[in-house]
Design a protein around this ligand. Sequence first.
Ligand code: SF4
Ligand code: SF4
Length: 272
Amino acid sequence: MKTLLQSKSITEYAVINFNKLKVINPRLLPERIDIKSALVILIPYRHEDIKATDGLNAGLFARCKDYHGYFNALAKDLIPYLEETSGGRVFGFADHSPIHEKDAALKCGLGFIGKNGLIINKRYGSYVFIGEFLFEKQLPELLHKTEPGCLACNACINACPTQAIDKGGVKINECLSCISQKNNKTTEELTLLAENRTLWGCDICQQVCPHNNGASYSLLPYFAEDIITEFTEDLLCSMNEENYKKYAFSYRKRKVIIQNFLTAKGKYDIMT
Ligand code: SF4
Ligand code: SF4
């Protein structure tokens, strides 16, 4: 498995007994198959420091290609091999998953949870997505240590423009990233997006985290392709469907990100 994952440039992975994991979406589990083990992987997506020129607050995940596309292709490649070597069925998930992924990555020792609520990996920092393969057959566990842990420096708390982070974690109703991805927004929410020039997602609490200083970049070529350094209204309106679907924001209708864009640029009448 190590060689296979390394051939795909996946360096952060672990194997854990399935019964240690939190099942949050049982209807996504395969029917009539008793899952015994999980291979949990981290997918690093920060390819390099992006020099955005549009002055907009947007998460890197919105500027690079959607990781669901990456994971689907990876699963298609890996599952036949994993089934053959394990001798049972294997099922791949990322994001839309039967298990609590952050909890799984934490229990595997693939990272720790920062005050900004994100999983933070020793090698790649917090610019990672989580994916997992569930196995019918029992695999030997391969777990890691979670050190060093959050430094509790509070840089993320102090930098958050909406004071969305406190001792209890991230208040999703006040987080620009969560607000930007809502279909329908209140006047107050649109005002927050306008004040903070926020288009889609927000990386501010990641940018200031010391664990991301000097963290390794992703070696996955997928995340270096078609990066958007300058969002414009024209780009968002004229992108054909195939291109639009390459990006994570395409899970909402186009009018949502266009409204965000106009709001962030001060061109949308928030009171309408
Ligand atoms: S910025 Fe500091 S407090 Fe926040 S997650 Fe990173 S190390 Fe922890
Ligand atoms: S993503 Fe942005 S708004 Fe949300 S908690 Fe982090 S800094 Fe605050």
